[in-house]
Design a protein around this ligand. Structure first.
Ligand code: GUN
Length: 421
């Protein structure tokens, strides 16, 4: 049944555009309403995704795409038909920006390739790839931070403070926050936690942010993402004081990262960790072809921007990219942040490529203590035979990301107390 609906509505199918256009003319007949219809369906798709209804979500995407394409076609027809009668109208901003589809990675061919790899190390395969040891890199960074925190306490009588806002009881978010709090303890950074129920209001979260903005003992504020769906994430992130935005997600910090002539106050931690791992491993970035898989605010987007600032030539692959493996196969560096276990296979990689795996995907494992284990986006035992260097999961990007957060918090406090280099 589902397949039948998909084939009928698919914008790529023979009837797709017509059905979509029919839907439009049935409602109000104008391209503007089509855009709104497309947006509404995209919202529904996002809702379906949240409920893990992958099939339903992809159906909605197709309809939304169809509506969008039909809208463009209808606008074009109108333009051609009226060119002689009146002046050409400018396209709406929403059309120029493109429809805002959330990324989904549920395409069947990729899903089919996701057999879970056993847990192995490079040595098991007699491979030549260097395993980039994020754990020990992070440890060195933490030691350095702990020393500086100690010096700060002696110099000004204060230590840096990190405030975390955690909303709801997602297990993954809770464990990320636990790691962050533990990291603070290890280096002598004071940590504060505002834990709110998932049913709280957006204003209650805003209140927590305001309180931490006003608190002089807090130098960094982090709102753990994702937030519950009823909240306006952008509004909350924009309320964080720019000087305390240690996650680097404030729109001004993101904008300044995107503009090469500007310097953001803070860089997003996972993106910073990827670059740190590459640089510490002696990998040249300038002029290299780097491909980032995923375009999220947390990892993919800032990583691609940061790589450009390092003068790499950057490709970004997302859920709608056709033939992504053809792009990765041409890449000197592949950074995967798709959130899909086993997405990147050995045959996606060029011989000697450097692979940074940001994925932390829980997969069932009856042999593990909790019944599941974390695995990356990259099929490690295949990639390790092709790559020249690769990060493991766990023990790669994760610990360095937390070290970057501690470093950002320290930098923020140093700025406040006039101790910046
Ligand atoms: N959720 C997953 N990663 C992150 C992160 O780095 N920062 C925040 N705030 N939320 C996240």
């Amino acid at each position: 049944m589902c397949d039948k609906i998909i084939s009928l509505l698919s914008p790529r199918g023979p009837k797709g555009p017509n059905v979509c256009r029919h839907l439009i003319s049935d409602t109000s007949g104008g391209p503007r309403s089509t855009e709104m219809g497309g947006a509404a369906v995209a919202v529904l798709a996002a809702a379906a995704t949240r409920h893990n209804r992958a099939r339903l979500a992809s159906l909605f995407y197709m309809v939304a795409r169809g509506l969008h394409e039909a809208s463009a076609a209808a606008a074009e027809e109108e333009k051609v038909g009226t060119r002689s009668r009146r002046r050409r109208r400018r396209s709406s901003s929403s059309l120029l920006l493109g429809p805002d589809f959330p990324d989904t990675w549920d395409h069947p061919p990729r899903a089919a390739s996701r057999t879970l790899p056993p847990r192995v190390t490079g040595a098991d395969y007699g491979c030549t790839a260097t395993i980039i040891d994020g754990k020990s890199i992070a440890e060195d960074i933490r030691l350095h931070i702990a020393k500086e925190v100690h010096q700060m306490k002696n110099a000004v009588g204060h230590v840096p403070g990190l405030a975390v806002v955690l909303v709801g009881d997602r297990r993954d978010s809770e464990s990320y926050v636990r790691y962050k709090t533990k990291g603070c303890e290890e280096v002598g950074i004071k940590s504060l936690l505002a834990k709110l129920p998932g049913s709280c209001t957006e204003d209650e979260v805003m209140d927590s942010v305001s309180r931490f903005n006003e608190d002089p003992s807090v130098h960094g504020i982090l709102v753990q993402l994702p937030l519950p769906q009823h909240m306006d994430e952008e509004r909350i992130l924009s309320a964080i004081s720019l000087e305390k935005d240690v996650d680097g997600f404030h729109p001004l910090n993101v904008g300044n990262l995107a503009l090469r002539s500007r310097k953001p106050l803070f860089l997003p931690c996972a993106a910073k960790a990827c670059i740190e791992l590459l640089l510490q491993s002696g990998i040249e970035l300038m002029g290299k072809h780097a491909t980032v898989i995923g375009r999220s605010k947390v990892v993919g987007l800032p990583t691609s921007l940061l790589l450009q600032r390092h003068h790499a030539t950057v490709s970004v692959i997302h859920a709608f990219t056709t033939n992504p493996e053809a792009i990765t196969r041409e890449s000197d560096i592949v950074i995967s942040a798709a959130g899909v276990a086993n997405l990147v296979r050995g045959n996606w990689l060029k011989q000697g490529a450097v692979v940074i795996d940001v994925g932390t995907n829980p997969v069932e494992d009856p042999n593990s203590e909790y019944g599941y284990r974390l695995t990356g986006d990259v099929c490690f035992e295949e990639a390790v035979k092709v790559a020249s260097a690769i990060t493991p999961v766990p023990g790669g990007v994760g610990p360095v990301t937390i070290a970057m957060l501690l470093g950002n918090t320290l930098d923020s406090a140093k700025r406040v107390y006039g101790l910046s280099d």
